[in-house]
Design a protein around this ligand. Structure first.
Ligand code: G4P
Ligand code: NA
Ligand code: NA
Length: 194
C-alpha cells in the first residue's frame, strides 16, 4: 500500500537497525484519514474470508482494527494487557514473550467476547517476532473459534514473525513490508523485488 509507505518515508524515524519510530501517525498520534485508508485496504484484502470479528491488541492495534471492522461491518474486540477492574468475568489468557524487552506479559479477553462460531481476523500495527500474533491466535483457539487471517500495518520482514506464521499456514497481508533498516534508511521488500 503506497500511502503507508509514504508516511513511513516522510515521518518515520529509524531508531536503529531493528526499530522504526512511527509516533506521528500510528503509535502516539494517530492519523485518521490514513487509518480509514488502512481499514479499507484490509477490508478489500480479506473481503472473501467471511470474518465475523476483528481481534487486536491494545493500544496501537485498535485504530487500524476499528477502521477495518467498520469497513467489513463486523465486530471488534481488543485483548487487554492489564485487566480492568470491570473484567470480572472468566477470561481467556495467554502469555506473550517480548524479545526486545525480555519480559513475559499476559494478555486477556473475556470469554463471552469470543465464541466457537467466530471467524476471527487478527489486526496489529507491527509484526516483528510474531509473539503478539501467536498470543492472539492462542486466545482465538482457546475459544474454539477459527482464524481467517492476519492483517499487519507494518511488517519488519527481516525479523522472523512472518515466516513463523506462514509455516503455520496463516494468510498474512502486510500493508508495508520493510526488508531493512540498515544505514539509517528504510528499504521496502517490494523495492528489492523490482
Ligand atoms: P518483539 O516481538 O520484537 O520482541 O517486540 P514486542 O512484541 O516486545 O513488541 C513490543 C512493542 O513494540 C509492541 O508494541 C510492538 O508493536 C512494538 N514494535 C515492535 N517493533 C517495532 C518497531 O520497529 N517500531 C515500533 N514503533 N514498534 C515496534 P506494544 O508494546 O504492544 O505497544 P502499543 O501497542 O501500546 O503501541
Ligand atoms: Na506497538
Ligand atoms: Na501492537
Amino acid at each position: 500500500m503506497e500511502l503507508i509507505e509514504q508516511f513511513i518515508v516522510n515521518e518515520g524515524k529509524v531508531i536503529n537497525e531493528q526499530v522504526l519510530k512511527v509516533d506521528s501517525f500510528l503509535n502516539h498520534a494517530i492519523h485518521p484519514k490514513l487509518m480509514k485508508e488502512i481499514g479499507n485496504e484490509f477490508a478489500e484484502r480479506f473481503k472473501n474470508d467471511h470474518s465475523t470479528k476483528i481481534l487486536t491488541l491494545e493500544s496501537s492495534g485498535i485504530a487500524p482494527a476499528l477502521m477495518t471492522a467498520l469497513a467489513l461491518n463486523c465486530e471488534l474486540v481488543f485483548a487487554r494487557k492489564r485487566k480492568s477492574i470491570t473484567m470480572t468475568e472468566d477470561l481467556f489468557t495467554t502469555t506473550v514473550h517480548s524479545y526486545t524487552k525480555n519480559t513475559d506479559n499476559e494478555i486477556s479477553v473475556s470469554r463471552n467476547l469470543l465464541k466457537p462460531s467466530d471467524r476471527v481476523l487478527i489486526i496489529d500495527d507491527f509484526l516483528a517476532n510474531g509473539q503478539a500474533a501467536l498470543g492472539l491466535i492462542d486466545l482465538v483457539h482457546q475459544a474454539g473459534a477459527s482464524v481467517t487471517g492476519l492483517g499487519i500495518v507494518i511488517e519488519k520482514s527481516f525479523q522472523p514473525g512472518r515466516q513463523i506464521l506462514l509455516d503455520k499456514g496463516y494468510k498474512i497481508e502486510s500493508l508495508a513490508r520493510i526488508s531493512s533498516l540498515s544505514n539509517k534508511k528504510v528499504t521496502f521488500a517490494n523495492q528489492l523485488e523490482e
